[in-house]
Design a protein around this ligand. Structure first.
Ligand code: SF4
Length: 186
């Protein structure tokens, strides 16, 4: 699959790097953290544990793909108490993931997107009583899939933390074939 550098930037990606799926680091620790429900999203939607199953099931699902385009979205904050800025950053990150999905959705089952966790697309989620209303726009939590994101970022050549007064969110586009980024550096 070919992706144009300028399209990725326009979608809102701050940086990216490609990691072979066999190198993706996993840890049970992240599923355990999800279970402690400090974010309040555990057991609330199809994008978070326990909907995604065990660590082994997550590994098997991700293992169907060949490579992951690891990406981040960095937003500035006024200061470390800028809660409004943090909420804005989360909204902009979601818009970035949706824009990336628009770029690649024609690939169908060839691709899958993992995002930052949670899903607030619907006012009330169908979980666990009925299937997701928008399965094509269901982007499972990357850490809720057991992916060790800080290590993954390093493998992709990305910084996990990007300076004081910034917030960085990560995601990953999985693809069953190689991903080539084309186009000039801006
Ligand atoms: S798209 Fe709707 S039904 Fe599906 S996980 Fe998100 S909130 Fe739930």
């Amino acid at each position: 699959m070919k992706l144009n550098r300028s399209d990725l930037l326009q979608a809102g990606l701050s940086g990216w790097g490609i990691v072979p799926v066999e190198n993706i680091p996993f840890s049970q620790e992240f599923l355990d953290i999800c279970r402690s429900n400090s974010c309040g999203s555990y057991n609330t939607c199809w994008a978070c544990p326990p909907a995604m199953g065990t660590l082994e099931e997550c590994k098997a699902r991700i293992g169907q793909y060949k490579v992951g385009l690891v990406f981040n979205h960095i937003s500035p904050l006024e200061d470390s108490f800028d809660f409004e800025g943090m909420q804005d950053a989360a909204v902009k990150y979601r818009e970035c993931v949706d824009a990336l999905h628009e770029l690649v959705k024609a690939e169908g089952d060839n691709i899958s997107l993992l995002a930052n966790g949670g899903c607030n697309r619907c006012k009330t989620c169908t979980w666990p009583d009925a299937p997701c209303r928008f399965p094509e726009k269901l982007f499972p939590a990357i850490e809720g899939s057991g992916v060790y994101v800080s290590r993954l970022a390093a493998l992709a050549g990305l910084k996990y933390i990007n300076g004081q007064n910034t917030v960085t969110y990560f995601g990953m586009l999985l693809c069953k074939e190689d991903i080539e980024i084309v186009g000039d550096e801006p």
